[in-house]
Design a protein around this ligand. Structure first.
Ligand code: GGG
Length: 327
């Protein structure tokens, strides 16, 4: 069986790390892929006036899964609609420390389960009058239930003991009040143990004692920010993959953005993107192959070569080829 994969490199280092992940997938001899490339991002907007052309939407909608690189200035016009195209409601962001890397917190193994459709990312913003702008934060019981169910199921299926529900219901009483009460009801229906944590205090606890957390179920913005914070604990954004999961389709992307400061230099760390490809393999049912890719990345992270963000002097291609050699 051949799996059709939409490949959307996007902007900046997305153009460098996405081909690296494709090269790794091509090296997996037990799975057949057909890659269909689509354009999106700042450059295509400059050329055509549209950051996400209809053709690219269709490529992602028709594929078995999508690999997405990075979004730049047009992030809101690219990645948010793409998540919608694949019907994604859950953004899974594992933040793990790896042996041999100089991490701030070497005992980190946390999976953020981020609500992926609403919160402050619905784009409902207005200018009321000059100097006054507003943003509408949308929280629904349906989306809160979906993400909580996904989070508790994920924890059970992946052998994680602790689930924490992140919120700020003492201030955002209506919106996070609903998120919290809905997620707690899901836990109680399942008879599952859980903790709740105010997201601001949680940020501090994550820095000081990340080993106390396993799976964290978060509203949208909190999940985006707390996962980036946790990237800092394990060695940087070059290490965090993610999966945008829908009922029938999914999109895989590194947590990092387009990194314009290093784009075009050939030194971007491909690990997050290759680990996202490992998540894609698992999503398609190739657990063994996904595990092989992750193990190969871990081995290269431990023994090198490494890109400059991890203290090395190797380029994207050298690291990718080393991962393929390990495979
Ligand atoms: N590959 C991820 C990416 O391009 N991130 C840029 C960004 O702004 N992301 C916002 C989000 O993940 O919601």
């Amino acid at each position: 069986m051949t799996h059709e994969i939409a490949v959307i490199p996007g902007d900046g280092i997305g153009q460098e790390v996405t081909p690296a992940a494709v090269k790794v997938l091509e090296a997996i001899e037990t799975v057949d892929f057909e890659f269909v490339e689509g354009e999106a991002g700042d450059a295509v907007k400059d050329e055509t006036g549209e950051a996400l052309p209809q053709e690219t939407r269709e490529i992602a909608a028709d594929a078995d899964a999508t690999l997405f690189g990075a979004a730049g200035e047009t992030a809101a016009d690219v990645i948010l609609p793409l998540r919608d195209v694949v019907g994604s409601f859950a953004n899974v962001r594992p933040a793990r420390s790896y042996p041999g890397l100089d991490a701030v917190q070497p005992d980190t193994d946390i999976v953020f389960i981020r609500e992926n459709t609403e919160g402050v990312y619905t784009g409902i913003e207005s200018e009321i009058t000059e100097g006054v702008r507003t943003l509408t934060r949308v929280i629904t019981a349906e989306a809160s239930r979906d993400i909580a169910e996904y989070g508790f199921d994920y924890a059970k299926q992946n052998g994680y003991e602790d689930v924490t529900i992140a919120h700020k219901a003492n201030v955002m009483r209506q919106t996070d009040g609903l998120f919290l009460e809905t997620a707690e009801a899901v836990a109680e229906d399942r008879g599952a143990d859980y903790d709740t944590a105010l997201m601001d205090a949680l940020a501090m606890h994550l820095v000081m004692t990340p080993e106390e957390y396993d799976v964290i179920v978060c509203p949208n913005l909190a999940g985006d920010m707390l996962s980036d914070l946790s990237a800092g604990l394990v060695g940087g954004l070059g290490l965090l993959p993610s999966a945008n999961i829908g009922e029938e389709n999914a999109l895989f992307e590194p947590v990092h953005g387009s990194a314009p400061d290093i784009a075009g230099k050939g030194v971007a760390n491909p690990s997050a993107m290759i680990l996202s490809a490992a998540m894609l393999l698992e999503h398609l049912g190739y657990d063994e192959e996904g595990d092989q890719v992750r193990t190969a990345v871990e081995s290269v992270l431990e023994s090198g070569p490494r890109t400059p963000d991890l203290g090395g002097d190797a380029g994207t291609t050298a690291v990718t080829d080393a991962v393929i050699d390990e495979l």
